[in-house]
Design a protein around this ligand. Structure first.
Ligand SMILES: Cc1cc2nc3c(=O)[nH]c(=O)nc-3n(C[C@H](O)[C@H](O)[C@H](O)COP(=O)(O)O)c2cc1C
Length: 302
């Protein structure tokens, strides 16, 4: 028996496998493939104050070892989430991380306030979405703005506050330090990398929004590098994200400094990916005689 449990500051997870925001809906759809409560936690699709229809189609294109998406944060809105979607997750007893997004600082705060009296254990602050006109990355690109929105949401939501960082910056370490100082309990990294693909016959962008966010194995080395750079510079735990499709990929993140991981695009390749990767991780620990997953975090050798 190996110990898969992890502690992200004040948030206890029975294992380090978190379904990444935007790739797992609100949990219900994927429950046909495996019981969602098997996961350490689920990060919901990004939630905004009002429902959003997202960007025009096409919004997704496959690229070498990955995909570009510009969904534009289509979601049911915070009210409908609390009323219609959260009860299912409560019933399943899975830890819920509400991924939230605002066009303005006030909107972020309002959403966090609405989540405060619910059973949601954690908020993941998305200050890093490349696919929307206002908000998102504007906050994530500027260290002062990133700190300001973190601080404001911190006051509105007292349980676990995870801040999701954008890789589309010059220094992710600087943003990480600012967000930590502003009261974040953990960091999740990375969101997608701004990218573009062109249809050479029509000479048009492959997606209607022109640009979108690159995810999948193509981004993994960049994400691993960012986790390894950030880990020695902050005290709060890091959740590693980017291109994980098997246990070995996840191990790279743990060794680089992650305390837990999120899996996104792999779910589009196989809907049970999170469950399978978790089983693989457990088997790896057993076979290697490692008693706890926590022993791996930050064990990168020079
Ligand atoms: C279709 C799609 C939708 C996404 N929507 C969100 C979102 O709503 N909020 C967010 O913070 N990240 C969102 N992401 C980013 C993922 O959560 C994750 O950070 C990124 O895809 C990298 O991980 P991966 O390579 O395992 O997919 C989305 C990614 C994809 C592919």
């Amino acid at each position: 028996m190996v110990d898969l449990s992890v502690q992200l500051g004040n948030l206890s997870l029975k294992n380090p496998m978190i379904a990444a925001s935007g790739t797992f809906g609100y949990g219900e759809e994927l429950n046909d493939y495996f019981p969602v409560e098997k996961l350490g936690a689920i990060s919901t699709k990004g939630l905004s104050l009002k429902p959003r229809e997202g960007n025009p189609m096409p919004r997704i294109v496959e690229t070498p070892s990955g995909m570009i998406n510009a969904i534009g944060l289509q979601n049911v809105g915070i009210e409908a989430f609390i009323r219609d979607k959260l009860p299912f997750l409560e019933k399943r007893g899975v830890v819920v991380i509400a991924n939230i997004f605002g066009n303005t600082l006030d909107e972020y705060v309002e959403i966090a306030r609405m989540l405060a009296p619910t059973s949601v254990q954690a908020v993941e602050l998305n200050i890093s979405c490349p696919n929307v006109k206002a908000g998102g990355m504007e906050f994530g690109n500027d260290p002062k703005m990133a700190a300001k929105v973190t601080e404001a949401v911190r006051r509105a939501f007292r349980r676990h506050l995870m801040v999701k960082l954008s890789p589309n910056v010059t220094s992710i370490v600087e943003i990480a330090k600012n967000v930590e100082a502003a009261g974040a309990d953990s960091l999740s990294m990375i969101n997608t990398i701004t990218a573009m693909a062109i249809n050479t016959k029509t000479r048009r962008p492959m997606i209607a929004n022109r640009v979108g966010g690159l995810s999948g194995p193509a981004v993994r080395p960049i994400a691993v590098r960012m986790v390894a750079q950030t880990y020695p510079e902050v005290k709060i735990p890091i959740v590693g994200i980017g291109g994980i499709v098997n246990a070995n990929d996840a191990l790279e993140f743990f060794i680089a400094g992650a305390a837990a991981v999120q899996v996104g695009t792999a779910t589009f390749m196989a809907p049970d990916a999170c469950s399978r990767i978790l089983d693989e991780l457990e088997a790896y620990l057993e076979q290697s005689g490692i008693a706890s997953i926590r022993e791996l975090t930050g064990t990168l050798q020079p």
